[in-house]
Design a protein around this ligand. Structure first.
Ligand code: ADP
Length: 469
């Protein structure tokens, strides 16, 4: 965890540093460039104003250079010593400097240089191409000459340098401040962002130690929130599966023990002579043994299905034939209970490709339940109809129906509703019938579901996909 916090803070810090350095570098360059431009413009304004005034007064450029030299000995006479301090003395807060450096050459209306400077010499004919970059000098609406920038602005003087230096210092202080802020934000935010991770770690550790029911708080709607939510679902599922497993072990033990106790009770009594061996007593013992056998067979089927090793022997069979086979097996029982057991098959249904015995077992389990929960005079119908995905087989009854709160659970192993558990004939119910039906249907890539209404009846539907799917 600490290392993730560390990485997170370093990332924030680096990002802010890179940002600050980039902005600083651009700001520095922009300041320096703007500063130069300002100086050139200022210098140019002074030069243009002076030479325009000169021309207005004299009507020509003759004598201009001497006049300029007299006006600005710093620039033209080279006599810096005599002017130290003078350029600034008259400023009085106006410009940053009253005598900006001379950077310009002047060309007359014919393109001949009259005030030479830099690459331009007096008397030289200046190419038209260079003239187009210059500033026209206009007197009485007529262009009388052109001022040309002849050299880049000179080195900064100490005052200007100081100004740029203080700008740089401000940028540096800004950079340090931004980094410190990034560090602070990083530390504060890392707590918030990484808290869900530490909570998850704690919950997973608790699960490792056997406490499976762990729920962490879902704080955000982002990826970490989704992770927390998925973890919660996973933990709930594992917890539930674990409880089911415990419950199932207890149920298996209980269901195996009951018939065994009955059998051993009879055997002891017969051995001690307290009971006489009669046909009925052997039948009773045999019934318990058959029940044990069935229970063990059911468990074996389920464990094979769980392991994906339920071997299905596929064969093609018309739906009517399958349903008739089931009806015939259960007809005597239905007659005994005075229930009507009928078959209804839609015309032109395709043949089913299924393991005939296994599917008959599924339908048998459904019909057994229907017989068990349907009162005298009721009807049980086996139906086959077409379905968008293939063929639908259904077993409907007019029995007790299943309460809504049980519907979600009845396909679970050993799940029995309280009402069924305590019915007189309870010891023949294992609570495995529907779980086995579901396993076999799913091994056929099909689905099984139920619709039921208390007091009205239930319909179990199996959808078997087309064989070519
Ligand atoms: P059991 O061996 O107890 O019948 P099942 O898995 O076959 O176990 O069924 C689970 C529970 O579903 C039953 O205990 C019963 O309450 C309910 N059930 C199943 N089929 C029906 C039905 N046709 N009508 C009413 N309840 C049913």
């Amino acid at each position: 965890m600490r290392s993730l916090t560390f990485k997170w803070i370093v990332t924030l810090l680096l990002t802010s540093l890179v940002g600050v350095v980039l902005v600083g570098a651009f700001a520095y360059r922009a300041t320096a460039t703007e500063y130069d431009r300002l100086r050139v413009e200022q210098s140019q304004a002074v030069f243009v104003r002076e030479v325009t005034a000169y021309y207005e007064e004299h009507g020509s450029w003759a004598g201009l250079e001497e006049w300029l030299a007299a006006q600005h000995p710093t620039n033209y006479g080279g006599d810096y010593g005599g002017n130290t301090g003078a350029p600034n003395s008259g400023g009085g807060g106006g410009g940053y400097r009253s005598d900006p450096p001379q950077l310009f050459a002047l060309v007359d209306a014919n393109g001949v240089c009259v005030v030479g400077h830099g690459p331009f010499n007096n008397g030289q004919q200046v190419p038209a191409q260079d003239l187009s970059d210059g500033v026209p000098i206009v007197v009485d609406g007529e262009k009388v000459g052109t001022a040309l920038l002849a050299q880049p602005p000179p080195q900064l003087d100490p005052r200007e340098q100081r100004y740029l230096d203080s700008t740089n210092k401000a940028l540096l202080v800004g950079a340090i401040g931004a980094s410190a802020l990034a560090l602070l934000i990083g530390v504060l935010l890392s707590r918030t962002f990484l808290r869900p991770l530490s909570e998850l770690t704690r919950a997973i550790t608790a699960m490792q130690q056997g406490d499976l029911n762990q729920q962490v708080q879902v704080r955000t709607k982002d990826e970490l929130g989704a992770l927390a939510q998925t973890f919660n679902q996973m933990s709930a599922q594992i917890h539930r599966a674990n409880q089911l497993r415990k419950q199932m072990t207890a149920d298996i033990a209980h269901d195996l023990r009951t018939p065994l106790m009955v059998i051993s009770g009879y055997l002891e009594a017969l051995r001690d002579g307290t009971l006489q061996p009669t046909q009925a007593r052997f039948d009773a013992m045999n019934k318990e043994a058959v029940l044990l056998n069935r229970l063990i067979e059911d468990l074996r089927t389920l464990s094979l299905a769980d392991a994906g090793e339920l071997k299905l022997i596929y064969q093609s069979i018309p739906p009517r034939e399958l349903l008739e086979q089931v009806r015939q097996s259960f007809e005597p029982l239905a007659n005994d209970q005075r229930l009507e057991l009928s078959v209804a098959v839609e015309d032109n249904l395709p043949a089913l490709t299924i393991d005939r015995e296994r599917m008959a077992q599924v339908l048998g389990n459904l019909v057994t339940n229907a017989l068990r929960y349907t009162p005298v005079g009721g009807t049980i119908t086996l139906r086959a109809s077409s379905h968008p995905q293939g063929v639908q087989l259904a077993v409907s009854d007019t029995g007790s129906g299943i309460a809504e709160e049980h519907i979600a659970n009845i396909f679970e192993r050993f799940y029995r509703t309280e009402s069924s558990r305590y019915q007189g004939d309870g010891d023949t119910e294992s609570g495995l019938g529907l779980a086995i039906a579901k396993s076999i249907v799913e091994a056929h890539h099909g689905t099984i579901g139920v619709e039921s209404k208390l007091g009205v009846g239930s319909t179990f539907r199996i959808i078997l996909p087309r064989a070519d799917k």
